[in-house]
Write a protein that binds this ligand. Structure first.
Ligand SMILES: Nc1ncnc2c1ncn2[C@@H]1O[C@H](COP(=O)(O)OP(=O)(O)O)[C@@H](O)[C@H]1O
Ligand SMILES: [Mg+2]
Length: 339
């Protein structure tokens, strides 16, 4: 099957290292973002840079000051507030030091424990490093029946004893209440960071950023941006992204049909209504589903294409698809067997 001699394991690992591929994330598949692209959470970004990034990026300074990355960091916040984006930004910034655990790892779960184990081992080998468990509340919920919860706690204890304090665990969660109490209470979470809905200046900054990518004819002047920002109270960063897309479609539609064009601000204000109406539909569907099955968390119940469901799986796929270290090593092992 394979051409030439089988690769020497050490040489292969060296190749991975040299090419910043020790991480289980294929950066080619992860949208390039920077922490500073997130608006209205400057305090959270500063804390992440000081407590997580700096000890990993600046070995000399870390040694001089005896800095260690925090053991456990919790990023808590409603959907669409930039939690997964923090993971994307850290993946790009820390490259081989970044390890992702997300929903894709659990899906079709036969080899799940093996893969999880490999990721934790790789993170320890590459310490100081980060393990980023995205939507950990969902993962823990799903794993309840599978013993995942106990398994993760055991691995976490292993991390602590094996390379004390040198692997930083970042958990994201919408619903902190469904995290295992043992995890939250144990003192593993040393830093709790709240991601939140953007306030008006942050919404204006997000809209301005999104509009900078639009064709010149579609950009809003500063007072237009302020007007839309004022009309979007309660919307998340993700909602604002959708709003700009919807506004674009409305303008394109009128252009295509030769309708007289309205001002750009009007298109965006119309889009605010659509986004709000959609959110209401989802919220109603969710409430109905929760009434039927009260013990299940809300985001499972938006079955059949609800926002949250798509959100969770969509992100997980875009972020981690097929890029698991365990996956490629399994394949290599398979090749060895045949060759
Ligand atoms: N504060 C923010 N500033 C700029 N963009 C944001 C902000 N919050 C969310 N977004 C954007 O919204 C989208 C969804 O964010 P995401 O990180 O997936 O949210 P979460 O994981 O919290 O549900 C991303 O494109 C992200 O860049
Ligand atoms: Mg997310």
């Amino acid at each position: 099957m394979r051409r030439g001699a089988p690769p020497d394991t050490d040489a292969f690992i060296e190749y991975l290292r040299a090419n910043h591929m020790a991480s289980n994330v294929d950066l080619g598949e992860v949208q390039a973002v920077d922490l500073r692209d997130l608006k209205g959470v400057d305090d959270v970004i500063r804390m992440l840079e000081a407590n997580v990034v700096l000890p990993l990026e600046n070995a000399e300074l870390a040694a001089e000051f005896g800095l260690k990355p925090k053991r456990g960091v919790l990023l808590a916040g409603p959907p669409g507030t930039g939690k997964t984006t923090v993971g994307r930004a850290l993946a790009h910034r820390l490259k081989s030091k970044f390890f992702l655990v997300d929903g894709t790892l659990i899906a079709g779960t036969a080899s799940f424990y093996g893969r999880l184990h490999q990721i934790f081992e790789a993170a320890k080998e590459n310490a100081p490093s980060i393990i980023f468990i995205d939507d950990s509340d969902v993962i823990f919920e799903q794993g309840g029946e599978l013993g995942l919860y106990r398994y993760l706690l055991t691995i976490l204890d292993g991390i602590e004893s094996a390379s004390a304090g040198r692997v930083c665990l970042i958990l994201t969660a919408m619903d902190v209440g469904s995290l295992p109490p043992a995890l939250v209470r144990s003192g593993r979470i040393e830093l709790w960071l709240d991601m939140r809905l953007p306030d008006e200046p942050a919404r204006a900054a997000i809209l301005a950023d999104r509009c900078a990518e639009l064709p010149p004819a579609m950009r809003m002047a500063e007072d237009g941006v302020a007007q839309v920002a004022a009309a979007t109270d309660g919307l998340s960063g993700a909602d604002l992204k959708r709003l700009v897309e919807d506004g674009k479609i409305l303008l394109a539609y009128d252009t295509a049909h030769g309708h007289p064009l309205r001002s750009t601000v009007e298109y965006f204000l119309t889009a605010v209504q659509t986004v709000r109406a959609n959110k209401e539909c989802y919220a109603e569907a969710e409430a109905r589903a929760r009434a039927r099955r009260p013990q299940r968390p809300a985001y499972f119940d938006v079955a059949g294409g609800g926002e949250e469901t798509l959100f969770v799986t969509g992100q997980a796929t875009a972020f981690g698809s097929g890029a698991m270290m365990g996956f490629s090593l399994d394949q290599l092992a398979g090749d060895d067997g045949e060759g």
